[in-house]
Design a protein around this ligand. Structure first.
Ligand SMILES: Nc1ncnc2c1ncn2[C@@H]1O[C@H](COP(=O)(O)OP(=O)(O)O)[C@@H](O)[C@H]1O
Ligand SMILES: [Mg+2]
Length: 430
């Protein structure tokens, strides 16, 4: 809910303050303190079409101050109070976005969210380049709009008002931005179907649950990424949007591009929606994005495709740990052995590598000790084969949430614990 105190259209508008309540953002278990405090910013809506303007204003609650044009808003800004402006569909024209860009540049404590009739990649790029923080569709759900306004409000509120104050301890992902130097964990296998996506989604959720820190899962399987499907998410932004806004990418902007998995609080940066967009994401871009994510997340887990390419090699280099997933059959073991040899040839520090044997209890007559000897690596986790896994995949609820006490969930929780420092580990929830 967003409300404002007396924000009339009169002379005093720019000096009045609205209070964006934290209740405006979707609740997540990772943000228990939400609702406890209010953010002091003004909220404005700019839209030429009165019914559309009213509709957006209603979605935002009673408080936002309406304007018919960006110029009208510009005339009222004094810069005294941070302002979040929701730009309506009439502001999506190139000429209007140009005006918005100049306004945003001139007012560092103004943050804009654009609401459009139809979201195209071109429009999204234009808007992000103009400095707009988030783009949503007009018919979209109110929670999303409130969440976007809240995130922008929070970043505006934090920047000018508390420049030297130490960040307050909080589990809110956005307010933790300056504190983190998160661990990057890349989950890889040289064999498709080995279980990379199952392990990475469940590992990321287990880390989020057990540490209470912000955790982000990146789907770097650019062509066939299925993290979003496995988590039943409807992404509005993907890695492509992050790449397109690289020239102005900071923690606040990147955070606004992530989709939150409500059940766990996990933040997700999904793969491109179309395989055709995959080549827009290069290795150096991916590394920059991961580096930015680790600046405000405790853990960044990366799911990958089943082959070595520049992108995977860049990720391996930047990662604190590489989790190699091997299935329990001869082709899997052969391919993982080749993968490990390749990593050794590339001088990857072997301390980084962790081996997960997936479907370790399969009745396939492969002995775990024999597999370890062949690979010359000891397994760090044994994940049993369980029908609960495909069931949970089909339900879109990862097994650590679907059946948290099952042996398969336990094995992934134990894997997660290996990444958690002992001091934090002793405070684990379960
Ligand atoms: N431990 C397991 N037990 C049963 N089925 C599994 C297990 N791990 C993975 N699977 C199944 O194998 C399939 C492939 O897993 P996935 O994680 O998508 O592989 P990858 O990402 O390596 O291609 C999934 O449909 C999943 O249900
Ligand atoms: Mg996969």
């Amino acid at each position: 809910m967003i409300s404002s105190v007396d924000s009339p259209l009169g002379e005093s508008w720019d000096d009045s303050e609205s209070f964006v309540s934290n209740r405006g953002a979707p609740e997540t278990p990772a943000a228990p303190q939400r609702g406890a405090s209010a953010i002091r910013v003004s909220v404005a809506v700019v839209e030429a079409d009165p019914p559309t303007r009213d509709r957006i204003a209603r979605q935002l609650g009673d408080g936002p101050t309406p304007f018919a044009s960006i110029e009208e808003l510009a005339g009222r800004l004094s810069g005294a109070v941070p302002v979040v402006v929701v730009l309506g569909p009439s502001c999506a024209a190139t000429s209007e976005l140009g005006i918005a860009e100049r306004l945003i540049e001139a007012h560092p404590n103004l943050g804009a969210v654009l609401v459009v009739d139809e979201l195209t990649t071109t429009l999204l790029q234009q808007a992000l380049r103009a400095g707009v923080r988030d783009v949503l569709t007009v018919g979209g759900d109110t929670e999303q709009l409130l969440g976007a306004v809240h995130r922008v409000a929070q970043s505006l509120d934090a920047t000018p008002r508390r420049p030297t104050a130490p960040a307050a301890p909080s589990s809110d992902p956005d307010s933790d931005l300056p504190e983190m130097n998160g661990k990057v964990i890349t989950v890889f296998s040289t064999k498709g179907g080995a279980g990379k996506s199952v392990i990475s989604t469940n590992l990321a959720i287990a880390l989020a649950q057990r540490t209470g820190q912000p955790v982000c899962l990146v789907d770097a399987d650019l062509q066939f990424g299925d993290v979003a499907v496995m988590l039943k998410l409807t992404p509005h932004h993907t890695l492509v949007d992050a790449v397109n806004s690289l020239d102005r990418l900071d923690a606040a902007l990147l955070s606004s591009l992530l989709v939150t998995h409500e059940q766990s609080g996990l933040r997700v940066l999904p793969a491109p929606l179309e395989p055709a967009f995959a080549d827009q994401v290069g290795a150096s871009e991916m590394v920059q994005i991961v580096e930015c994510l680790r600046s405000f997340c405790g853990y960044v887990v990366v799911d990958t495709p089943a082959y070595f390419n520049d992108l995977v090699l860049g990720l391996v280099e930047v990662s604190d740990n590489v989790v190699m997933v091997a299935g329990m059959d001869i082709p899997n073991i052969k391919n993982v052995k080749i993968g490990l040899q390749t990593l050794r040839l590339l001088n990857t520090p072997m301390e980084k590598l962790m081996l997960v044997l997936n479907r370790s209890n399969s009745k396939v007559k492969l002995d775990i000790g024999e597999v370890e000897r062949t690979l010359q690596v000891k397994a760090d986790a044994l994940v049993p084969s369980d029908v609960l896994v495909p069931q949970s995949v089909n339900k879109g609820v990862p097994v650590v949430l679907h059946a948290p006490k099952s042996p398969v969930a336990r094995s992934i929780q134990q894997l997660a614990d290996q990444f958690i420092p002992v001091t934090a580990n002793s405070k684990r929830r379960r």
